[in-house]
Design a protein around this ligand. Structure first.
Ligand code: ACO
Length: 437
C-alpha cells in the first residue's frame, strides 16, 4: 500500500501496490490539530484494514470537549486553557463546562451546584455493600463494585435516550463519588461512615467525609480544600485516554452510565494510567536518597530491568505536561500550609526531575514529568494513604467520563465500538479426537 496527501481536495489517495486499485480517503478537519484520514470505507473498497495497536494514530470519535497539543504541552477544555481554569475556576464550574459546553452564568452555576450537592447521599442499602468487602480490600476494588452497583439502585435512571435521565445520572454520579470514596477509606480504617454535608463545597465536603469523626467537631482547612479542588480540576478530563476510551467502548453497546463508569474505574486502576502516582511514591521510597538517583536511572535505562521512571512520559505529551507544572506549585503551597519545611520525598523528586531532564535518554525520547509526578507528594502531605490516590483520580475523572459518554450518546453517527485484528493463529483444521492427540 502507498499513500499520497493532496490537501487541495482535502483527501489522501491510497493505492494498493501491485494492483490498479486505489481510493481517496477524505481528510476530516478539526478546529485545531492534525487532519484525520477517514478510513471507514477502506475495507469495503480496498478489502484491507488498518493496524494500530495502542491506537496511537487512530481517532476513534469526534469530540468537542478537550484538546491536547502534546508537542507544545497545551491542554484546553472546551477551548479554555487548563492554567486559566486552575487559577480562576472551581471544580464544579469546570464540571458544568465539560458536561454542557459553556461556563455557567451565575444562575446556572447556582442551579448546577445545588443539583450536584442535593445528590451526595448514598441509598442506605449501599452501606451494607461495604460489609461484604475485606477490611484490607484495595479501595479501587470497592470503587469498582459500589459504582457498578449504583445501576441496581437507580432503575429510573437507566433510559439513556432520555436527556433528563442523563442529566440526573450526571448529578448522581458526580455527587456520590466523593461519598463512595470516603466510605471506602473509612471502612478500611474501621471508623464510622461520615454522612455528606451539602452546605459545604464539593472538595470541602470530600475532605470532611474523609477526615471527620462523629465524636468531635471538624473544620476543613480552606487552603487544603482549595488545593483539593485544584487537584480535581487538573484530573477532570484528558480526551481519549485508556479509561475514557473504556467508558466510551462500554457505552457504545448501550450500557447504562453507572456500569460504564465502573468499567472506566477498572481501566484507571493500572500503574501505567491512574495508578502512577501511587507508583511514584513507592519509587521515591525505594530510591531513598539523592545519592542513589544515578544508580536508579541506570536501571531505568536498562531495557532488561523492566524499571520505569514513574510519573515520567506520556502517550500524548512530548513536552512538559501543563498539569505537572501547576501540581508542582500546589505542592509547595500545601507543604507550606501544613508547616512542612523540608519534605525528603519532595527534595528527592525535585532532584530526580532535574537530573532526568538533563539526561540524554529522557531528552531524546521526549520524556517529561506528567501530572502524577508531584500529585502523590501533595496527597501524602494531606494525609491520604497511597491506596487512595487513584481513588481521588477516579472521583475527579468521573466528570470527564460522563461528559464523554454523554457526547457519544448524543452523536447520531455513534455505532458500537468493534475493532478488527490481524489474525495470526492457525488456519482452518479438523478436530482431532482425544485418543488421537
Ligand atoms: N521511564 C523510562 N522509559 C520510558 C518511560 C518511563 N517512564 N516512558 C517511556 N519510556 C521509553 C520507552 O521504553 C520507549 O523507549 P524506546 O524508544 O527505547 O523503546 C520510549 O520511551 C517511548 O515510549 P513509548 O513506549 O512510546 O511510551 P507509551 O506512549 O507507550 O507510554 C506511558 C506512555 C505508559 C505513560 C509511559 O511513559 C509510562 O509507562 N510512564 C510511567 C507511568 C506513568 O507515569 N503513567 C502516568 C501517565 S499519565 C496518566 O495516566 C495520568
Amino acid at each position: 500500500m502507498s499513500g499520497s496527501t493532496t490537501n487541495a481536495g482535502g483527501s489522501v489517495t491510497v493505492t494498493l501496490d501491485g494492483t490498479n486499485k486505489s481510493m481517496k480517503l477524505p481528510l476530516l478537519p478539526g478546529t485545531i490539530g492534525p487532519e484525520v484520514a477517514d478510513i471507514r470505507k477502506l475495507y469495503s473498497e480496498l478489502g484491507i484494514f488498518t493496524y494500530d495497536p495502542g491506537y496511537g494514530g487512530t481517532a476513534a470519535c469526534e469530540s468537542k470537549i478537550t484538546y491536547i497539543d502534546g508537542d507544545v504541552g497545551v491542554l484546553l477544555h472546551r477551548g479554555y486553557p487548563i492554567e486559566q481554569l486552575a487559577e480562576h475556576s472551581t471544580f464544579l464550574e469546570v464540571a458544568h463546562l465539560l458536561l454542557n459546553g459553556e461556563l455557567p452564568t451565575p444562575a446556572e452555576k447556582h442551579d448546577f451546584e445545588q443539583g450536584v450537592m442535593r445528590h451526595t447521599m448514598l441509598h442506605e442499602q449501599l452501606r451494607s455493600f461495604y460489609n461484604g468487602f475485606r477490611r484490607d480490600a484495595h479501595p479501587m476494588a470497592i470503587m469498582c463494585g459500589v459504582v457498578g452497583a449504583l445501576s441496581a439502585f437507580y432503575h429510573d435512571s437507566l433510559d439513556i435516550n432520555d436527556p433528563e435521565v442523563r442529566r440526573i445520572s450526571a448529578f448522581r454520579l458526580i455527587a456520590k463519588m466523593p461519598t463512595i470514596a470516603a466510605w471506602a477509606y473509612k471502612y478500611a480504617i474501621g471508623q464510622p461512615f461520615i454522612y455528606p454535608r451539602n452546605d459545604l463545597g464539593y472538595a470541602e465536603n470530600f475532605l470532611y467525609m474523609m477526615n471527620a469523626v462523629p465524636a468531635e467537631e471538624y473544620h476543613v482547612n480552606p487552603v487544603l480544600a482549595r488545593a483539593m479542588d485544584l487537584i480535581l480540576i487538573l484530573h477532570a478530563d484528558h480526551e481519549q485516554n485508556a479509561s475514557t476510551s473504556t467508558v466510551r467502548l462500554a457505552g457504545s453497546t448501550g450500557a447504562n452510565p453507572f456500569a460504564c463508569i465502573a468499567a472506566g474505574i477498572a481501566s484507571l486502576w493500572g500503574p501505567a494510567h491512574g495508578g502512577a502516582n501511587e507508583a511514584v511514591l513507592k519509587m521515591l521510597r525505594e530510591i531513598g536518597h539523592v545519592d542513589n538517583i544515578p544508580g536508579f536511572l541506570e536501571k531505568v535505562k536498562d531495557k532488561n530491568s523492566g524499571v520505569l521512571l514513574m510519573g515520567f512520559g506520556h502517550r500524548v505529551y512530548k513536552n512538559y505536561d501543563p498539569r505537572a507544572k501547576i501540581m508542582q506549585h500546589t505542592c509547595h503551597a500545601v507543604l507550606k500550609e501544613l508547616g512542612i519545611k523540608d519534605d525528603p520525598l519532595l527534595d528527592l523528586a525535585a532532584e530526580l526531575e532535574r537530573i532526568a531532564l538533563h539526561d540524554e535518554y529522557f531528552i531524546s525520547r521526549k520524556l517529561y514529568p506528567n501530572v502524577d509526578f508531584y500529585s502523590g507528594i501533595i496527597l501524602k502531605a494531606m494525609g491520604f494513604p497511597t491506596s487512595m490516590f487513584t481513588v481521588l483520580f477516579a472521583v475527579a475523572r468521573t466528570v470527564g467520563w460522563f461528559s464523554q459518554w454523554k457526547e457519544m450518546i448524543e452523536d447520531p453517527s455513534q455505532r458500537i465500538g468493534r475493532p478488527r485484528q490481524v489474525y495470526t493463529g492457525p488456519t482452518q483444521r479438523d478436530y482431532v479426537a482425544l485418543d488421537q492427540r
